[in-house]
Design a protein around this ligand. Structure first.
Ligand code: FAS
Ligand code: PHB
Length: 391
């Protein structure tokens, strides 16, 4: 088999890249190690920057997003038993974010790909990539016991943090930067109306961080900071609902509608960047190249901006016969990535309780939060990062 761009991974990065390349008439095949249902079963991000919304429209996969996405003009910051609204829309000259689950976005892209009759090899085993630093890049995989080879011009490594692409780069050709946080997030999904349907709530408390989000007006997404070694079994629904209410201001806590969880998982938090993001004809995009703690709602959105840069670069290569975009891809992505890494690290450091936070640290966090919500300059800095910096 042969294609112009071989895409490894059918998560948001791979699917969005495939859709944008197809629209430009560039042949691509996606190779995914899991089943489509497994990919859809992963509950992850929920907040989309306008850049991501616009890319889904460009990819022709935004019909449901327009109907079911919930536009947010503000976010709430909770601390010292009070809640403060940050007018993101007003502070950024009208920019907004949209609440729409990554699962739904992935489903929309999958369905659009299938409708266009494009090839996605699911449940591909033993995926390996070859000669990406040479002239004849190649992907090998096993499907239904048969060994296959896919020749291509380029390989897009959209295979996430634990994928094969970054791992295939020689160690002396790549530099990795990482910070692992000493806690995780316990997240639950419940078919109950969100307590704050028009503003995500980020709460700092002496008991730890809490977040109130949503997937729709009837489906809520909540998180609490938890020890990294916590076992999910400890967190019964009742324990969870009691704990999150203790971390929120009394008014909000009294209004939370509880119900049985339909998904519950603990995710570790890390900051990670691999440099560079290009190795010959291999290009890394999304979580394959970087990870942010989800506090700033940047992970999925950074993946989308990588894909915007990479799809434009491939289109220039094939249509305008210039490699300027490919040659500048890594540098352009990394500038934006590091700004998002900084924002996500800063917000995580401000809202979470660390082992060494203590009484003094809590007071410092509360003083910074007090300044953040009362200073227009500080609120503007938060708002412009939250809606997404310009491409
Ligand atoms: P993904 O990891 O989504 O997709 C990579 C795909 O490649 C997967 O389908 C995988 O099966 C496949 N793959 C891996 N190895 C392969 C191989 N060898 N061969 C073929 N295929 C292979 N972001 C937010 O903005 N907000 C959040 O709240 C948030 N919560 C998160 C919670 C968790 C537990 C995790 C892990 C991430 C979270 N993220 C969040 C970040 C997340 O949304 C990512 O940014 C997003 O999934 C990135 O998409 P991809 O780059 O496509 O990577
Ligand atoms: C989510 O809805 O999953 C979500 C929202 C905002 C965040 C992180 C996660 O910062």
């Amino acid at each position: 088999m042969r294609t112009q761009v071989a895409i490894i991974g059918a998560g948001p990065s791979g699917l969005l890249l495939g859709a944008l390349l197809h629209k430009a008439g560039i042949d691509n095949i996606i190779i995914e190690r899991q089943s489509g249902d497994y990919v859809l079963g992963r509950i992850r991000a929920g907040i989309l920057e306008q850049i991501t919304v616009d890319l889904l429209k460009e990819a022709g996969a935004d019909a449901r997003l327009k109907l079911e996405g919930t536009v947010h003009h503000s976010i709430d910051i909770g601390f010292k038993n009070q809640r403060h609204s940050i007018d993101v829309h007003g502070l950024t000259g009208g920019k907004v974010v949209t609440a729409y689950g990554q699962t739904e976005l992935t489903r929309d892209l999958m369905e659009a790909r299938e409708a266009a009759g494009l090839t996605t090899i699911y449940e591909a085993g033993e995926v390996s990539i070859h000669d990406f630093d040479g002239k004849q890049p190649l992907v090998r995989y096993v499907k239904d016991g048969q060994h296959h080879e896919l020749a291509c011009d380029f390989i897009a490594g959209c295979d996430g943090f634990h994928g094969v692409c970054r791992a295939s780069v020689p160690k002396d050709a790549i530099t990795e930067f990482e910070r692992v946080y000493p806690f995780g997030w316990l997240g639950i999904l419940a078919e109950v109306p969100p307590v704050s349907p028009h503003a995500i709530v980020y709460a700092n408390s002496e008991r730890g961080f809490a977040l109130c989000s949503m997937r729709s007006l009837t489906r809520s997404r909540y998180y609490v900071q938890c020890p990294l070694d916590d076992k999910i079994e400890k967190w019964t629904d009742d324990v969870f609902w009691d704990e999150i209410r203790r971390r929120l201001d009394p008014d909000l806590a009294s209004r939370i509608i509880t119900g049985p969880s339909i998904e519950k998982s603990i995710a570790p938090l890390r900051s990670f960047v691999a440099e560079p993001m290009r190795f010959g004809s291999l290009f890394l995009a999304g979580d394959a190249a970087h990870i942010v703690p989800p506090t700033g709602a940047k992970g999925l959105n950074l993946a989308a901006s990588d894909v915007k840069y990479l799809s434009s670069a491939f289109i220039e290569h094939y249509k305008e016969k210039t490699d300027a975009g490919l040659d500048s891809y890594s540098e352009r992505c990394l500038r934006r990535i590091w700004r998002a890494e900084r924002f996500s690290w800063w917000l995580t450091s401000l809202l979470h309780r660390f082992p060494d936070t203590g009484g003094f640290g809590q007071k410092i966090q509360e003083a910074e939060l007090d300044y953040l919500v009362t200073s227009q300059a500080a609120s503007t800095a938060l708002a412009e990062n939250y809606v997404g910096l310009p491409l």
